[in-house]
Ligand binder design. Sequence first.
Ligand code: BDP
Length: 688
Amino acid sequence: MKYLIIGLLLAICSPLCRAEDGSRLWLRNRTEEGKAKILFSGTIKGKENKQTLDIARDELRKGWTGRQNVALKLDPKAAGHDGYDIIVGRGQTTVASATARGLLYGSYALLRLQVCDTLTEGKHWTSTPAYELRMLNHWDNPDGTIERGYAGRSFLFEMGNPSFEKDGGKNRLNRNTLVQYARANASVGINAVVVNNVNAKPEMLTDSMLHHVADIADILRPYGISVWMSVNFASPKALGLCTTADPLDPSVVLWWKKTADKIYRMIPDFGGFLVKANSEGEPGPMDYGRNHAEGANMLARALKPHGGKIMWRAFVYNAGGGDRAGQAYDEFMPLDGTFDDNVTIQIKNGPIDFQPREPISPLLLSMQHTHTAMEVQITQEYLGESIHQVFLAPMWKEALDLTDRYGRMPHSTHPGGAIAGVANVGNDRNWTGSDMAQANWYAFGRLAWDPQLTSGKIAREFLSLTFSSQPQFLQAMIPVMTHSREAAVDYMMPLGLHHIFAGGHHYGPEPWCFHEGWREDWLPRYYHKADKEGIGFDRTRGLGSGTVEQYPDSLRKLYADRQNCPENLILWFHHMRWNETLHSGETVWEALCHHYDRGVRTADNFARIWKDMKPYVDSQRWEETLKRYERQARDAWWWRDACLLYFQQFSQQSLPLDCPAPKHHLKNLMDYSLDMDNYSAADMKKLP
Ligand code: BDP
């Protein structure tokens, strides 16, 4: 009896048994008020800085479990650019910075180190951010929906959902949700937020919406976060205030100037505008015969007196404009050097569109006289939404490393250096739809601060802070996370294949996808070009599209040469014969089969490993995560069978002997259509 009671008590008290809903993210190691004192020295000026310092103190008071006192030291000689120094001294740990924001970042860093490192006397760390602007781009719409969002609805815009409180008939922001969101961002160094979708509605610039955005800005400001907006280039015309949106028309210039003045009266530290122009049907300067620079500079000049900036996107491709992969370069390179100093060209990491693997965008490497920023996608539009557990740090590092090595304009050091990530958060309790997807939000912030961090280190930090720092758990799960992106590439589109998704939702495989009337470059066949001869997109000069020529010399030589082109991009740059031999000694067909198989095996293995993690994780998150790993493993088979059976029609070859027989029939897969609106990880029955 005695043992039963003790057992019951243990069970009730054990943190593993307590369900966790994931809402506390990686910030869950909060204790009751610690014993140590949090001290401060220095002279703090301004209300905002004081608020920021108060937050730093509060975080340490609640999160610091050490016995030593912590001294926050505002010191002009300490790390600048919002960086920090941490010194573990005798009897006291010091966090020093030249700015209040630096003290906040240093405090979060100390709390992280307390879990992920050992704080022995004499140790010290100095860290400054690589990018000045570390931005999240929300694709949230004023009606509360989120484009490519897989974590519920918007907590920034939805009027009337649980994130909002009714207030005398008016809907106001839920302050607490925004504070938690701000903490999460600040804890990983994110310091700028674009609140709305790049496919922007003109009504974003109405007074009531601006007031709403100003409210958001007030809450985020003490956390060091500036607020930005996406704007619709045709706003002055669409709102009926001008007869045109021509950027050279004086009435348009004046309208934007007045609008900017108004915004800065409401939000003095407003960051600026993000603009998607002349892309996928959005309006832009080219509607009036003007170029991107004329459009961007006109807006930039309206914001300049207030210190505001323009992020102008280079995601452009016109029907009939040649190889889609080459169009951003063709459109923007001739304009290099014509953009104003407060304009940054925001360029997706790859030349097409956030595919599981793309080569680096040649535009990112080539602009020399223009500020550029890389845009990555945190939300998993093309990587299994919030169902597949794919850790994206390895993918982003691939792009960051190449930009570092081959970029003409060292992206991280030029003034105004920026990086943007399309957010994966919504009003789901766990913010990101799945607990593991939080890792991608975390990783984006950490890499934006320090692109030199390894994926393994970021995974270790995330797992320790969010789930458990038990060595057995970390040993098992760090490799799962760091291999997960390559596994997804293997079971979705290996060897440089791209864009062979189902049209519309982009979740499942559909290499055969065809819709009457769709643009050719929205169809998978445009990208895989499978035929009796072989498979792959020839982008070399001569018979191919020639866009490989857009790369700097050393990369161009590498990619253009089918003998030396990295195997993981071979079908991106070359149309290969089915029986052509690769470096591995396999034929293209064999390699394709083996990659798909490896993906399936690895995904199966992830689910098995997670099953064994039960002792280390609370039941709620363990179960939710298990469902997703199992779903992912099943989807991997679906992908593999769909693609191999489809391509087999062209290769006319049987699967290699070591490949298992397919589980599905091609016809069933082709007849099947997934209703993504009613699809969830829990829903195991819906698959073919
Ligand atoms: C694509 C998305 C689309 C976005 C577009 C963009 O499918 O929803 O609007 O990118 O980045 O990946 O503008």
